[in-house]
Write a protein that binds this ligand. Structure first.
Ligand code: ADP
Ligand code: MG
Length: 477
């Protein structure tokens, strides 16, 4: 019996406003506990929330980017529950009338096909504070710096059918919010996190199975692993005669499993109702038009343009456009070379990305700017150095301020362009290895590589491999 998997994601994105969604306290990350919480965030009696217009603009920008409807009059609602890091006793969120509804997003599957995933809604809300357990023995500390930080919660339709699809969807949302510049998308700092709803059903069944929700996944890898664990667990339970219980679960990265946090019976009844302290949010067409007109080129459009304009493969274009900074770097470098976009793409995705990853830095922090990078590409393109030597030059560039030409000059790395000089080396190698010559001439083709290796070694890698091959072929007869 085959199983079908159904996944819907709820993604929380922290908006990068200067101040909080309902107060003037700053939102910067990493300040000493409770130094960025004002009277509103502390819920002192008599305070009133004032909506941050920037948060509204950013939520609308997201809605426009996913072809959603922007609600003319959205409403803030109180979501009531008790928790020590929520001093008001309720979270201000949106319930019946979210600011963004009915969007859609295209994702690329592994086999190269695409799929459209529906976005049910995206609503504005405030984040809660943080409970600190580690530094307090037998007690809990409360840090309200994060309380009131603006979020959008993006809820998908239950339309993804594998962990890979869910990750592709999450990555697409991640790149969109960064292209829009509405969030830093920093997952380590919690600016981008995801709850994964998973259910399974037997193939052909039309009703959805009972789902579980695994909370607070803050990396793409965790999302993939948590979902795959959940799929297997649910199938196991059903196949051994059990029933899935609708519940909230927690993922444990240490052993890659999920465990029960609370079941439906324990679930809160939030008693949502419109917040009487806040007016409905009315969006006029002027604002919509302004935001629509200033929307940047988004990843899908950029990807297609890279394919059309630079002749890149879909795969390369997808990778290059996964981050706006990477796409910009590629495009700047490509513009400075003459028709070498493909080579630029290879080096951006190869050597440069590897070095960035190894040093855990982003492309905007790359020690090699596009000017120096482009010069290196041109030296490969015009045959001054081989790709292999170029990797050595790249490493030197990474660790210094020197240009490719400086390094090539200082270390005398130019390929040997004088064919006579190369010929002399080839002759010498043949003369010095009569035994191998005999083997080769008696039919041992593999020995050819030995000669190529010798010549490359003699020339310290500076010979043009194509020329070496030609010379050897002509002389070894
Ligand atoms: P809640 O308000 O309890 O979180 P929602 O109906 O808003 O519930 O759904 C939350 C998320 O769960 C959505 O992303 C939705 O697509 C997903 N979802 C709902 N039902 C299922 C199901 N049976 N299997 C998988 N995902 C589901
Ligand atoms: Mg939910």
């Amino acid at each position: 019996m085959e199983w079908e998997v159904v996944i819907g994601l709820e993604i929380h994105v922290q908006l990068n406003t200067q101040t909080k969604i309902f107060s003037a306290a700053p939102t910067a990350y990493g300040a000493a506990p409770n130094t960025q919480a004002c009277a509103v965030d502390l819920a002192l009696p008599g305070v009133l929330p004032v909506l941050n217009g920037q948060a509204v603009r950013k939520a609308i920008q997201f809605g426009l980017a996913v072809d959603a409807t922007i609600t003319d009059q959205s409403v803030f609602a109180r979501k009531n529950y008790f928790y020590p890091d929520l001093p008001k006793g309720y979270q201000i969120s949106q319930f019946e009338l979210p600011i963004v509804a009915n969007g859609k997003l295209e994702i690329e599957r592994e086999d190269g096909s695409t799929k459209v995933v529906g976005i049910t809604r995206a609503h504005l809300e405030e984040d809660a504070g943080k409970s600190l357990h580690e530094d307090f023995h037998g007690m809990t500390g409360i840090d309200l710096n994060r309380a009131g930080t603006p979020l959008i919660e993006i809820v998908s339709e239950p339309e993804m059918s594998s962990a890979k699809e869910a990750v592709a969807y999450m990555k697409k949302i991640h790149s969109i919010v960064q292209y829009l510049g509405i969030s830093d998308g920093n997952m380590q700092e919690g600016s981008f996190r995801c709850d994964a709803n998973v259910s399974v059903r037997r193939e052909g069944e039309t009703e959805l199975g009972t789902r579980t929700e695994t909370k607070n996944l803050n990396s793409f890898r965790f999302v993939e692993r948590a979902i795959n664990y959940e799929i297997e667990r649910q199938i196991d339970v059903i196949e051994s005669g059990g029933k899935i219980v609708q519940e909230t679960r927690l993922y444990d990265p240490d052993d890659d499993s999920t465990r029960t946090m609370r079941t439906k019976e324990e679930a809160n009844d939030y008693r949502y109702f419109p917040d009487p302290d806040l007016l409905p949010v009315k969006i006029d067409t002027e604002l919509l038009q302004e935001l629509q007109a200033t929307l940047p080129e988004l990843p899908d459009v950029k990807k297609q343009r890279f394919c059309d304009e630079f002749g890149l493969s879909q795969e390369d274009a997808i990778q290059l456009t996964s981050s706006r900074d990477l796409a910009d770097y590629f495009e700047q470098a490509a513009a400075k070379t003459n028709g070498q976009a493909k080579l630029v793409a290879n080096w951006v995705l190869g050597e440069l990305s590897a070095a960035l990853n190894q040093n855990s830095i982003s492309v905007s922090e790359s020690p090699i700017d596009t000017d120096r990078f482009t010069q290196l590409i041109m030296r490969i393109a015009d045959g001054t150095i081989s790709g292999k030597i170029a990797k050595e030059v790249f490493q030197d560039m990474w660790n210094s301020d020197k240009t490719a030409d400086q390094i090539i000059g200082e270390k005398e790395l130019q390929q040997i362009s004088d064919i006579g000089e190369l010929e002399a080396i080839v002759d010498q190698v043949i003369k010095d290895n009569p035994q191998q010559v005999e083997q080769y001439l008696s039919g041992k083709d593999k020995v050819f590589g030995f000669f190529v290796g010798k010549v490359m070694k003699e020339t310290k890698g500076k010979a043009n491999p194509r020329q070496v091959n030609e010379l050897l072929k002509n002389k070894l007869v």
